[in-house]
Design a protein around this ligand. Structure first.
Ligand code: PLP
Length: 393
């Protein structure tokens, strides 16, 4: 049967090819080290698991309100107040099946055919697809490596047309790990206000910020910017809860209401048990969050130094999240490959190290290495990449 146009225009995930190949090699008995993971390698903290078990035993296994349990919304509202001094009402929050579903639903309710969404590159792979699925047009604006992969106010302004509906800000960023400062956000925010462009602020890596860097939400910079912004967040990365599928959106009540209506006809509600787990995540002890962050930071500091010793790899030091995003174009040239994608394939074939080509993130000269894996394996992987390069030169 012929499929709908909307799925034929979806871009297949570039990470998929490498991940599938890595899995096939592993299944065939090879010692593959995968640095492709987009999720923390830690278990979900025990008290969260226990809260879910308790909820099940107490019969909390039925439908919940579409937009999420009142108790969870309250916990999210409390978190916003405590962490960012932002005040939201219950009708300004929707709990979704992960931040991904919150973003998908948001673009479904704000875009008409041909509406444009400005997406800085390098971008998380799903943003352009969300926009296309809502019949919108992604407008890519290059966050230049020389500017720490961030877009400037001039670039933002130049990309605006009468059809521009929204702009995506993802700070800390997947895949670059870079963070926008308050001043940078203010400058971008003023332009968004001037042109009435909705700011979609994806803050899923909010808790993973290293060294002296701080995460600032653009919504905290003025009441006008708060009104103009939809914040996306969730427990996947902060509390190592990727499989539980709990994320949320916060902002304008008209948009949230439309999202809730749509969700009522698509998912009905996020899993009841996971919602109880998320309540425990936000109201319980936060030490596990700090511990995981500490472990990520230690890995980053160690592995960054080692990676920088490899010929041809240049990397702006990430400030947050759990990815390194080095430029490997010189490495590809030195090793005799036409492009970085070919280098990535050869690295997997010859040294059994799986990294993700930057082409899927709109940055074909770069590669993404996730450090959401043990320090032991990370050091082994970097040693293999070094050996690979030394053998080629
Ligand atoms: N936003 C970004 C930038 C991400 O990297 C991810 C997951 O990889 C998500 C959103 C989705 O997270 P969730 O597990 O809550 O759907």
């Amino acid at each position: 049967m012929e499929l709908a146009n909307r799925v034929s225009s979806l871009t297949p995930s570039t990470t998929l090819e490498i991940t599938a190949k890595a899995k096939a090699l592993k299944d065939a008995g090879h010692d593959v080290i995968g640095l492709g993971a987009g999720e923390p390698d830690f278990n979900t903290p025990q008290h969260i698991i226990e809260a879910a078990v308790k909820a099940m035993n107490e019969g909390q296994t039925k439908y919940t309100p579409s937009g999420g349990l009142v108790a969870l919304k309250d916990a999210i509202i409390e978190k916003f107040k405590k962490d960012q001094n932002l005040t939201y009402a219950g009708n300004e929050i929707i709990v979704c099946v992960g931040a991904k579903h919150a973003l998908y639903t948001l673009f479904q309710v704000i875009l008409n055919q041909g509406d444009e969404v400005i997406i800085p590159t390098p971008y998380w792979v799903s943003y352009p697809e969300f926009v296309k699925l809502a019949e919108g047009t992604p407008v890519l604006v290059e966050g230049k490596e020389a500017n720490d992969f961030k877009i400037t106010p001039e670039q933002f302004k130049a990309a605006i047309t009468p059809k521009t509906k929204a702009v995506v800000i993802n700070s800390p960023s997947n895949p670059t790990g870079m963070i926008y400062t308050a001043e940078e956000l203010k400058a971008l925010g003023e332009i968004a206000l001037e042109h009435n462009i909705l700011i979609v602020s994806d803050e899923i890596y909010e808790k993973l910020v290293y060294g002296d860097n701080v995460h600032v939400s653009i919504a905290t910079l003025s009441p006008e910017l708060k009104k103009q912004t939809i914040i996306i967040n969730g427990v996947s990365k902060s509390h190592s809860m990727t499989g539980w599928r709990i994320g949320y959106a916060a902002g304008d009540s008209t948009i949230i209401k439309a999202m809730t209506n749509l969700a009522s006809h698509s998912t009905s509600n996020p899993t009841s048990i996971s919602q109880y787990a998320a309540i425990a995540a936000y109201t319980g002890p936060q030490e596990p969050v700090h511990e995981m962050k500490k472990a990520f930071e230690e890995r980053l500091n160690k592995i960054y130094e080692q990676l920088m010793e490899i010929p041809g790899f240049q990397c702006v030091k990430p400030q947050g999240a759990f990815y390194l995003f080095p430029n490997a174009s010189e490495a590809a040239r030195l090793a005799g490959y036409d492009d970085v994608d070919s280098l990535v394939k050869a690295l997997l074939d010859e040294e059994k190290v799986a990294i993700i080509p930057g082409s899927g993130f709109g940055a074909p000269e770069n590669v993404r290495l996730s450090y959401a894996t043990s320090l032991d394996l990370l050091e082994k992987a970097v040693a293999r990449i070094k050996r690979f390069m030394e053998n080629k030169i």
